[in-house]
Design a protein around this ligand. Structure first.
Ligand SMILES: NC(=O)C1=CN([C@@H]2O[C@H](COP(=O)(O)OP(=O)(O)OC[C@H]3O[C@@H](n4cnc5c(N)ncnc54)[C@H](OP(=O)(O)O)[C@@H]3O)[C@@H](O)[C@H]2O)C=CC1
Ligand SMILES: O=C1CO[C@H](CO)[C@@H](O)[C@@H]1O
Length: 278
């Protein structure tokens, strides 16, 4: 098991960059004061990683939240993503500039291809390689890429993606894909780790939560990290932002990690990467 010590702990990407293994998701946090506050509260609580995307329409607020925090920019790991209708070489470079303008930052820590748009993602990847070579981003990666997308992308490209951000929770483990990524040193990252909030009422997880004296969210987020998976739970509420990160004073026993693995039923709450239409 990798060492999971504290909220500011990191996993090392294959290019040597340290990526905080716990971050704040901001999908559906409204641009303006809501997302500004979420980012500031998270940083105040000790988070050092924020995950946004151009499609979330809140990059401006994310940038403001970072600026208004006392923490230095270089201590925050900022992630954004190129949206589907911007894919292609030139349009990706333009989209990146637009994101950076909204964020008002001069470099990004990680830029991701948001979805594997057929016929487009290889050209898009070349643009990300270019941005990486120009040192405008410290790391590049993909999101929602299944094994066949990764195998296709990795044929003939210069740089293997450093990260794959996927839907991941006890009902959707995709262990083979996770193993494939680990084998190729592609860091796996979980989106919707709390099943978009649906995990809270689920009796099935209650017993485990009770055993550790923790909430279901805390147990499940801890499971992400013990599996070597980076996680980015979203909340725009201060108490929840704090509580979600309170997972560094306990560790799941191996049999409980396996128990959570065994809950897998291949159930998605988001779109299927082989069949999305946006
Ligand atoms: N690459 C991709 O394609 C995708 C990436 N993502 C990224 O992953 C992040 C996380 O995924 P997301 O889909 O937001 O879902 P999550 O699994 O993080 O769940 C978020 C939901 O849970 C609620 N919530 C959070 N904490 C608590 C708590 N302690 N008790 C009760 N309810 C809680 C939130 O509401 P509230 O805010 O009111 O607390 C929100 O409704 C996104 O924000 C985004 O950054 C997400 C989807 C796709
Ligand atoms: O990041 C995202 C947020 O959620 C959207 C709706 O499911 C996704 O399409 C997108 O990938």
């Amino acid at each position: 098991m990798k060492q999971i010590t504290d909220l500011q702990g990191t996993f090392t990407l294959h290019n040597g960059v340290a990526m905080p293994y716990f971050g704040l998701g901001v999908y559906l946090s409204e641009d303006g004061q809501e997302v500004v506050n979420a980012v500031k509260w998270a940083i105040e609580a000790g988070y050092r990683h924020v995950d946004t995307a151009s499609i979330y329409n809140n990059e401006e607020g994310v940038g403001r939240g970072i600026k208004e925090s006392p923490e230095a920019r270089e201590n925050i790991f900022v992630v954004s993503k190129v949206w589907n209708n911007d894919q292609g070489y030139d349009s990706t470079l333009k989209a990146f500039d637009a994101s950076m303008k909204r964020l008002d930052l001069d470099y990004l820590d990680l830029y991701l291809v948001h979805w594997p748009v057929a016929g487009k993602y290889k050209e898009t990847w070349k643009a990300l390689e270019q941005l990486y070579k120009e040192k405008r981003v410290r790391a590049i990666g993909v999101s929602n890429f299944l094994q066949h997308h990764l195998e296709d992308l990795m044929t003939g490209v210069e740089i293997v993606p450093m990260v794959n951000q996927m839907e991941f929770h006890p009902y959707l483990v995709q262990q083979e894909l996770l193993d494939f990524c680990q084998k190729h040193q592609i860091q796996y990252e979980a989106w919707s780790p709390m099943m978009q909030g649906k995990i809270f009422g689920m009796e099935t997880f209650q017993k485990l939560a009770k055993k550790y004296g923790k909430s279901i969210a805390q147990v499940v987020l801890r499971w992400n990290l013990q599996k070597g998976v980076i996680t980015i739970p979203k909340s725009s509420k201060r108490e929840r932002i704090i509580a979600n990160a309170d997972i560094f004073d306990f560790a799941l026993e191996e049999e409980d990690v396996k128990y959570l693995d065994s809950m897998d039923r291949g159930q998605r709450f988001g779109p299927d990467p082989d069949n999305f239409d946006f």
